[in-house]
Design a protein around this ligand. Structure first.
Ligand code: SF4
Length: 212
């Protein structure tokens, strides 16, 4: 059977979702998503489609989902490898979590120019990839990093401060919402976002321990 064609310019969300659903496994999805040009502005300015990182073997213990790639991620093709990624790795380790056991994804797979917030049509189109990724990974525990990601899982009226600190049942998954590492960097080492992010990751680690 021929491989599904990547969605073309201005492809509607349904077309992206169909292409994603046709991917039988992670490598198949990565191959088709890498050629996606559904969002013309992002496709014209990106260097890579940052599909995401997955553990080398087996189902991830947890799935971390950020908003969109930044400059370092666009350059390397990998999620959370810049300053935010370094802080995320540090706080994961401090919480007792190991990034190699996690899948690391973003809601939107292509870097918005100048790191602007992804626009609603871009989020709508790219959602097909993320839905399929969560299914392929059989994700049971998800950490939504930052408000954009939290809204994707919990709805547009989500207030991060109110949603933090406990898991939310979304389609049978435990979804935790917390700060994005970039907020922790912006507010500094003694700021509330860094302490909150560490506290939330520690709570996730504790819940994973209780489940094993
Ligand atoms: S952001 Fe997502 S839907 Fe838009 S072009 Fe990139 S991969 Fe395709």
């Amino acid at each position: 059977m021929a491989a599904p064609r990547p969605p073309g310019p201005d492809a509607p969300p349904e077309e992206v979702a169909r292409a994603a659903a046709a991917a039988a496994d992670w490598p198949g999805l990565a191959e088709v998503a890498s050629g996606c040009v559904a969002c013309p502005e992002l496709a014209a300015t990106r260097q890579h489609v940052v599909v995401g990182d997955v553990p080398a073997a087996g189902r991830p213990r947890l799935v971390l989902v950020g908003e969109a790639p930044g400059a370092s991620e666009d350059e390397t093709g990998r999620p959370f490898v810049g300053k935010s990624g370094m802080l995320l790795d540090e706080l994961l380790a401090a919480a007792g979590l190991d990034r190699v056991q996690a899948a690391v994804l973003n809601v939107v797979k292509c870097r918005p120019p100048a790191n602007r917030t992804p626009r609603a049509p871009e989020v709508a189109r790219c959602s097909g990839w993320l839905h399929r990724q969560l299914r392929l990974l059989d994700a049971r525990v998800v950490v939504a990093l930052g408000l954009s990601s939290a809204k994707w899982f919990l709805g547009p009226k989500t207030v991060l401060a109110a949603a933090r600190g406990r898991p939310h049942d979304v389609d049978g998954r435990a979804v935790w919402a917390t700060y994005h590492p970039s907020a922790a960097i912006r507010f500094g080492p003694n700021g509330a976002p860094r302490a909150g992010l560490l506290a939330d990751l520690t709570a996730v680690a504790r819940s994973l321990e209780e489940d094993t």
